[in-house]
Design a binder for this molecule. Sequence first.
Ligand SMILES: Nc1ncnc2c1ncn2[C@@H]1O[C@H](COP(=O)(O)OP(=O)(O)O)[C@@H](O)[C@H]1O
Ligand SMILES: [Mg+2]
Length: 233
Amino acid sequence: MSFITITNLRKTYQMGREKVHALADVSLSVEPNTFWAVMGPSGSGKSTLLYLLGGLDRPSSGEIRVGDKSIGTLDENGLASYRQQTIGFIFQSFNLIPSLSALDNVAFPMRFARVPRQPRYARAFELLQRVGLADRIHHKPTELSGGQQQRVAVARALVNNPQLILADEPTGNLDTASGSSIMQLLADLHQNGRTVLVVTHDPRMTAYATNTVHMLDGRIVTDAEYEAATTIH
Ligand SMILES: Nc1ncnc2c1ncn2[C@@H]1O[C@H](COP(=O)(O)OP(=O)(O)O)[C@@H](O)[C@H]1O
Ligand SMILES: [Mg+2]
């Protein structure tokens, strides 16, 4: 049984009089506990695909099923609890709250899940420990390196123990060594039974991936089509 089934997914943006087909027609079946690398040039629809999957935006048409839920049929509350319970999202630019310490950043989303203060902070500490930042919990984002900030963001993505991890170019702003440690963390999450989808330009990520898809112009294309379109003759 597939964990995720995406069927004829489209997302169209109206820009003045122009229509932009960010996703032209995407169908994809994702088995549980797989690790996907999503590759493709800038503007090919990778972020749009991840955002729709994460319930951060709604499709123009088509269907996304995750587990037993059809994401398109959820109302705002349903979508909010889907994001909270099922999804851990990691962004290229970390998206931490600048005024909060690492510990507070990780504890913060648990407020919305109504976790009481004591277990909230115990869990935040445990997660920061797991990503190797036990000695940085009181540092604010500006007092951390890019790699450390992204590790805080990974810890934050895990607070509600999501089944599905979505990461949009998580190593895009990092040096090679920090990027490798983030890839290793994502690989560990996959080893621990989660399903992971990572948008990446880094060919090293494909070494961890169980599956690789290439996108061009809002579509998933075959490896051969991708080679033909991106190779300069
Ligand atoms: N909010 C938006 N409004 C209008 N156009 C958008 C919006 N978001 C994305 N697009 C367009 O959709 C296409 C796909 O974008 P995106 O999914 O961000 O690509 P990628 O992540 O592969 O670089 C691009 O042409 C982009 O300009
Ligand atoms: Mg993008």
